[in-house]
Design a protein around this ligand. Structure first.
Ligand SMILES: NC(=O)c1ccc[n+]([C@@H]2O[C@H](COP(=O)([O-])OP(=O)(O)OC[C@H]3O[C@@H](n4cnc5c(N)ncnc54)[C@H](OP(=O)(O)O)[C@@H]3O)[C@@H](O)[C@H]2O)c1
Length: 236
């Protein structure tokens, strides 16, 4: 049986990726901080693990424990956090959290798992963002920078490990209907065609993961058919 480690498994895109992997008979160690009870009850192939990704010592211990139980075939760095607004109005804690979760944790997890992934001829799939490809992320400078870093890491890692048979993929979704915009002053427009569904992003991961042998889909960019966002009403 194949084994995957998926971060951000408790909601949104990550939850759909776990469902997709379990559907293929892949056992998933899903990392998050808050799981609802029914998620673990759905299948014994899903093992929820509570861990704050910004706690490097806890993360390292956790991965060592998993590797002592089983080799790991697939790593999906999906967890992310986003704060928007003029850069001057962010604070150091928010900046630190975005760098730790969006960039540092994927680098550390990849390092800890790479020997197993090479032995298994496995895959690393990083959920980046279309913002990684934009040079002007007004009011999202720091978030965009973390995602650009993740995409840069993904491309370099592919060059390093392609000869070992490891697939390395960056997925670049645009607006997707999840809770990611909880801290933003905007959200997805209601029109279905103005935002992607988490299931669509999970399908892109599936496509990359099950690509023909000898072919690596290194980059998938997903955009909704129409461009529109909603400004949230200001709280009084
Ligand atoms: N939604 C979009 O429009 C969009 C577009 C492009 C890219 N993305 C990327 O897609 C990925 C998934 O985000 P989403 O849209 O599905 O948002 P989401 O529903 O808010 O999911 C974020 C996930 O990350 C986990 N997470 C955040 N901070 C964590 C921490 N410190 N420790 C452990 N887990 C943590 C959350 O777990 P807990 O809640 O349990 O802590 C949650 O499972 C992110 O990398 C995001 O940047 C999203």
């Amino acid at each position: 049986m194949k084994t995957a480690v998926v971060t951000g498994a408790s909601s949104g895109i990550g939850k759909e990726i776990c469902r997709m992997l379990n559907g293929h008979g892949i056992r998933v160690y899903g990392i998050g901080r808050t799981f609802c009870e029914d998620q673990a009850a759905q299948t014994p192939l899903f093992i929820p693990i509570i861990c704050d990704l910004s706690d490097t010592a806890a993360l390292t211990g956790l991965i060592r424990r998993i590797l002592s139980e089983t080799p790991v075939d697939i790593l999906i760095n999906n967890a992310g956090t986003a704060y928007y607004g003029p850069h001057e109005e962010l604070n150091p804690q928010k900046i630190h959290e975005m760098v730790a979760v969006n960039l540092e944790a994927p680098l550390i997890l990849t390092q800890l798992l790479l020997r197993s992934l090479k032995a298994q001829q496995g895959a690393v799939i990083n959920i980046s963002s279309v913002t990684a490809k934009h040079s002007g992320n007004t009011h999202g400078c720091a978030y965009g920078a973390t995602k650009a870093g993740l995409s840069s890491f993904t491309a370099s890692l592919f060059e390093e490990v392609r000869k070992y048979g490891v697939r390395v993929v960056a997925i670049h979704p645009d607006m997707t209907r999840t809770g990611l915009y909880r801290n933003a002053d905007f959200c997805c427009a209601e029109d279905q065609e103005c935002a992607l569904s988490p299931k669509t992003v999970a399908r892109a991961v599936e496509t990359a993961l099950f690509a023909d042998s000898g072919c690596v889909i290194t980059d998938i960019t997903l955009q909704p058919q129409k461009r529109k966002i909603l400004r949230k009403a200001k709280e009084k």
